[in-house]
Design a protein around this ligand. Structure first.
Ligand code: ASP
Length: 296
């Protein structure tokens, strides 16, 4: 049984702000990304390629906080981050502090496949991307009116604006993979790095347990080592995927004050999409089933 699940961020959705037209656009964006990933699985492709393809589409869609639609830092720039993990090899690739790489998830994948390092930062990461001839864009590419408005709102009311995209999948050979990409928190300062590019915190995959991609208050997900914690509850406590996700999102994170959610898939292609806030853009599709997408 092959299957894929995706998310486009949690805790950012206020039903009051989401008009019917905008809601439709979000759902379509999710559907398109899901399709891109699912098609790869249908053709016998790998879970790794499927999560990458889904995340690339979400990165290219300015509605979501990753790639094109990335949130602004406090000094009106962008610092993108992403990670990807292969459950078969229990190996990954990650990059952060990216200013001009169009699709950070492709850089994370290149780090996984072609570097003996695992996590690259800033200038070095971009040099590595350049050597691999990944696409670069001028900084104006990441300017979107919506995200600029959000920055100004955050700066005037000390608000917290978030968002991230991610995908998890199992392929026909039973291999698991997870991918996560983000612009990070709106108004972030001092080179702040969130959970998304940190394997174990925002992303984790291991064929013996599950694949996980998180979204929410990054600091809390790092403190909880959230993605790995779901896997560890399966591995060491023999929990079901459902119970493990509930434990991490509804108890551990919540107890510390962390808002957000995660998507996870296990070896039996069980899928969980759990969040402790108002909503999470999300969807999934399993072999021989229709795609399902949701917001609340
Ligand atoms: N986890 C992301 C971060 O802290 C934000 C999000 O997922 O909403 O950078």
């Amino acid at each position: 049984m092959y299957a894929i699940a995706i998310h486009g961020g949690a805790g950012v959705i206020s039903p009051k702000e989401l008009t019917a037209a905008l809601e439709k656009q979000y759902l379509q964006g999710l559907k398109d990304a899901l399709d891109a990933g699912f098609k790869i699985l249908e053709k016998g492709g790998s879970a790794l390629d499927a999560v990458q393809a889904a995340v690339v589409l979400l990165e290219d869609n300015e509605l979501f906080n990753a790639g094109k639609g990335s949130a602004f830092t406090s000094d009106e720039t962008h610092e993108l981050e992403a990670s990807i993990m292969c459950g078969k090899r229990v190996d990954g690739g990650a990059a952060c502090g990216l200013k001009n790489v169009k699709n950070p998830i492709l850089l994370a994948r290149a780090v996984l496949e072609e570097s003996h390092h695992l996590f690259l930062n800033g200038q070095g990461a971009e040099l590595f991307a350049d050597e691999r001839e990944l696409e670069f864009v001028p900084k104006e590419y990441f300017y979107t009116e919506k995200k600029y408005k959000e920055l100004k709102e955050c700066q005037s009311n000390a608000g917290k604006n978030k968002g991230t995209v991610g995908a998890v999948a199992i392929d026909g050979e039973g291999n698991l993979a997870a991918a996560t990409s983000t612009g990070g928190l709106t108004n972030k300062k001092f080179g702040r790095i969130g959970d998304s590019p940190i394997l174990g915190a925002g992303t984790y995959a291991n064929n013996t347990t599950c694949a996980v991609s998180c979204t929410g208050d990054g600091e809390y997900f790092i403190r909880c080592v959230a993605a790995y914690d779901v896997s560890a509850l399966l591995e060491y406590k023999g929990m079901t995927l459902q119970n493990a996700c509930q434990e991490v999102v509804m108890h551990k994170l919540k107890k510390l004050g962390g808002e957000g959610g995660l998507i996870a898939i296990d070896r039996q292609a069980n899928i969980e999409m759990v969040f402790n806030g108002e909503g999470m853009y999300r969807g999934y599709q399993k072999q021989n089933h229709q795609a399902e997408v949701f917001i609340y």
